[in-house]
Design a protein around this ligand. Structure first.
Ligand SMILES: Cc1cc2nc3c(=O)[nH]c(=O)nc-3n(C[C@H](O)[C@H](O)[C@H](O)COP(=O)(O)O)c2cc1C
Length: 347
């Protein structure tokens, strides 16, 4: 096992949130791993016009304040999503709010959008040198009187600084946020974002990030609304408030969103429903439970043009991304695909 992965596991003697902070500090100091393997051309692909060296991305929540996108690109991720960022800094929920379900290789979090706000986030993105695709995941402050205006502020403030935007309405840890997924609320949100976009020059893909806990019919409504308001794609999915059968850790009763391998089956089923409902040419990004090249390929076959992961890295260390890329490339070849794009939605 690589040194960085051993170190990442050694950090498990710390409280999970302290371990995460130590990791980010290490990455800021330039102590992170560097993927020196040559890019495999079979993994090269595109996402709503953004060229990607590989379809394996870092999901939002790891780098909430855009402190280390370049370090994570160097570690081997094909694209890195920073945030969720809210207009004003906010402390989030009281600790403890992040739990490792070690027996299940899963995580439960109820962080509640702890972040330093748009100012520092924008300054960091403005200073970054182009090292690869970096996106901004935007959200609303818990106490905001007008949550939709928070999303508009995020988009306007960061326009021109990010390679894509993700409108996150699916965190289970900001009360009422997921209600923005219902038709009327979504229409108002996306309508006001479209209005703001008309005043901004240049093009930039905007994605909507949804929860895996959706009722029948909601998938079709979301596809229709997202397409009608000119967004480019949907990230499926955020963490789940459900607790799939078979969880063994006593921490499974903690409140919050569950992520990691126990989320793989549910989030891939929901992704396949989105793929089936997607008659509007939207791009789908798969997230939830990816821990191997086989998982990444399962999401791609279910309709994802690219994928994102976070939780598996908590247990496997940052070297995981290199292993997943190697494994995915071998599987694509073994299954007769000449490219990632050819496998998208292959079933
Ligand atoms: C500690 C933690 C914090 C997260 N914070 C965010 C966030 O701020 N915004 C967001 O859109 N998703 C957030 N997520 C969700 C992830 O981006 C991802 O959608 C989810 O964890 C499923 O992927 P995974 O099973 O590979 O972790 C967070 C996940 C974890 C584990």
């Amino acid at each position: 096992m690589a040194l960085h992965d051993t170190l990442a596991r050694a950090l498990h003697i710390l409280d999970p949130e302290d371990a995460h902070r130590a990791t980010v500090i290490g990455l800021k100091l330039g102590l992170g791993p560097v993927d020196r393997t040559p890019a495999d051309p079979i993994l090269a692909t595109g996402l709503a016009g953004i060229p990607l060296a590989s379809p394996i991305g870092l999901a939002a929540g790891f780098d909430k304040n855009a402190e280390v996108p370049a370090a994570m690109l160097r570690a081997g991720f094909g694209f890195v999503e920073c945030g969720t960022v809210t207009p004003l800094p906010q402390a989030g929920n009281p600790r403890p709010r992040l739990f490792r379900l070690t027996e299940d290789r899963a995580v439960i979090n109820r962080m509640g959008f702890n972040n330093a706000g748009l100012g520092p986030f924008a300054n960091r993105l403005a200073r970054r040198r182009a090292a690869g695709p970096v996106g901004a995941n935007i959200g609303a402050n818990k106490e905001s009187a007008d949550r939709i205006s928070d999303y508009v502020q995020g988009l306007s403030r960061l326009w021109g600084l990010a390679d894509w935007f993700t409108v996150n309405i699916s965190s289970p840890n900001t009360p009422g946020l997921r209600a923005l997924q219902t038709r009327a609320a979504l229409e108002e949100l996306l309508g006001r974002l479209a209005e703001a976009r008309r005043t901004l020059t240049g093009d930039c893909p905007v994605f909507l990030k949804v929860a895996p806990d959706l009722e029948d019919g909601e998938v079709e409504t979301i596809v229709e609304t997202v397409a009608a308001f000119g967004l480019q794609g949907i990230i499926v999915a955020n963490t789940t408030v459900s607790r799939p059968d078979g969880l063994r850790s006593p921490l499974k009763a903690q409140a919050g969103g569950l992520s990691g391998p126990p989320l793989m089956a549910l989030s891939t089923r929901v992704l396949a429903r989105f793929h089936q409902a997607n008659d509007r040419g939207l791009v789908l990004i798969g997230a939830g439970g990816i821990a191997s090249g086989a998982d990444a390929l399962a999401k791609i076959r279910a309709g994802a043009s690219a994928v994102q992961l976070y939780s598996a890295m908590v247990f496997e260390g940052p070297g995981l991304v290199v292993r997943i890329k190697r494994d995915l490339a071998a599987r694509l070849r073994a299954e007769g695909f000449a490219s990632v794009a050819e496998a998208v939605g292959a079933g």
